[in-house]
Write a protein that binds this ligand. Structure first.
Ligand SMILES: Nc1ncnc2c1ncn2[C@@H]1O[C@H](COP(=O)(O)OP(=O)(O)OP(=O)(O)O)[C@@H](O)[C@H]1O
Ligand SMILES: [Mg+2]
Length: 362
């Protein structure tokens, strides 16, 4: 089984620790996406899996084989980078065949694999072209094709679409989703900064920060049940609003009083020891609604209106110092800057975190 196991994987550059002990099991055929802020260690982790970066501590298994000291070429992996680096003087066919020629594969086998990869990626009619005569998206597909030809057990992608324009990103993302479906036994690990890529491609998302894992789970689980404030504000765009609050009645249900004085009772149990403690109250922009009665959560002044057509974003000031609350409401609204608006939200979709940022729901 070509799954992966990472056991207490560490990386340091001299005295600087950048990966602090990652434990992760990835099943064969799984599509796992790494996300996290710039510098959190996503590429480093991927490069350690590929064998391009030495592992400072811990054990890495690919298909149940300890690979810490196995060179990249013998790990059964293929990697696609952000910059596709094709050979400019070689045709698409030759670019894809290159690795196999070096490996002294037979002509027939090379031809079979190149044509099969070209077919999957809709590159058949470009096989005789040079890279300069291709669009950015087509070039990136050639880079992916080159990786497919190596017939890897594990496919690694490091932000493969970030050089492409918006429309090409969408088209190539869909190609990658299809590719993964057509190779159900191939494990894929994919690094991205793009929320939509992470949410749509992943079987499971790994959220990293500062060289450790914050949470691992299926996309919608991370969205609906973030384990902590970091994940809550990292997954989802615009980010979840967080309002400082205080627990005023702990119990099987919990009452919190928000900055601004309003109280709300949630179906989230908390132990009596939490009474009186500071907490953070979270609500996603898309879970806010305009209140039509006295039963509102908070009131604020509209500072900015962003009408995007399908949705309107309202930036509300006057509640949390220096940070607007964002509401994402469907359609086009007749609301102006300076207007006072009251908001409410579906109680089942509200979040609450303790003073250390851990969710009370999990
Ligand atoms: N050769 C190196 N020497 C010292 N520090 C390094 C080296 N390579 C990377 N780092 C550090 O390791 C950390 C992780 O880097 P990495 O490239 O893995 O981040 P990343 O999550 O991929 O970021 P990005 O989203 O910007 O690509 C960073 O703080 C970086 O400065
Ligand atoms: Mg990176």
């Amino acid at each position: 089984m070509a799954g992966l196991q990472l056991k207490n994987i560490r990386k340091s550059y001299g005295a600087v620790d950048v990966i602090h002990g990652i434990d992760l099991d990835i099943k064969q055929g799984e599509f796992v996406v790494f996300v996290g802020p710039s510098g959190c260690g996503k590429s480093t982790l991927l490069r350690m899996i590929a064998g391009l970066e030495e592992i400072s501590g811990g054990e890495m298994y690919i298909a149940e084989r300890l690979v810490n000291d196995v060179p990249p070429s013998q790990r059964g992996i293929a990697m696609v980078f952000q910059s596709y680096a094709l050979y400019p003087h070689m045709t698409v066919y030759d670019n894809m065949a290159f690795g196999m020629r070096i490996a002294k594969e037979s002509k027939e086998e090379i031809d079979r694999r190149v044509r099969s990869a070209a077919d999957i990626l809709q590159l058949t009619k470009y096989l005789d072209r040079l890279p300069k005569a291709l669009s950015g998206g087509q070039r990136q597909r050639v880079a992916i094709g080159r990786a497919i030809c190596r017939d890897p057990k594990v496919f690694l992608f490091d932000e493969p679409l970030s050089n492409l324009d918006a429309a090409l990103r969408v088209a190539t993302r869909i190609e990658i989703a299809k590719l993964s479906e057509s190779m159900p036994d191939t494990t894929m690990i994919y690094v991205t900064h793009d929320q939509v890529e992470a949410m749509t491609l992943a079987d499971r998302i790994v959220v990293l920060s500062g060289g450790h894992i914050e949470q691992v789970g299926p996309p919608l689980e991370l969205y609906e049940r973030p384990a902590n404030l970091f994940v809550a504000q990292f997954i989802g765009s615009p980010a979840m609003n967080v309002i400082p609050a205080k627990i005023t009645a702990a119990g099987p249900q919990t009452t919190v009083t928000l900055t601004g004085g309003k109280s709300v009772t949630l179906d989230i149990p908390t132990p009596a020891s939490e009474n009186g403690k500071a907490a953070s109250f979270g609500i996603r922009p898309e879970d806010l609604q305009i209140a039509t009665d006295e039963n509102f959560l908070f009131e604020g002044t509209v500072a900015i209106v962003e009408a995007l057509g399908e949705v309107t974003l309202l930036y509300i000031e006057g509640l949390v110092d220096g940070q607007p609350i964002i509401a994402k409401l469907p359609g086009i609204l007749d609301i102006k800057r300076g207007q006072k608006v009251r908001f409410t939200g579906d109680k089942a979709k509200l979040h609450m975190f303790n003073s250390e940022g851990r969710s009370y729901r999990s």
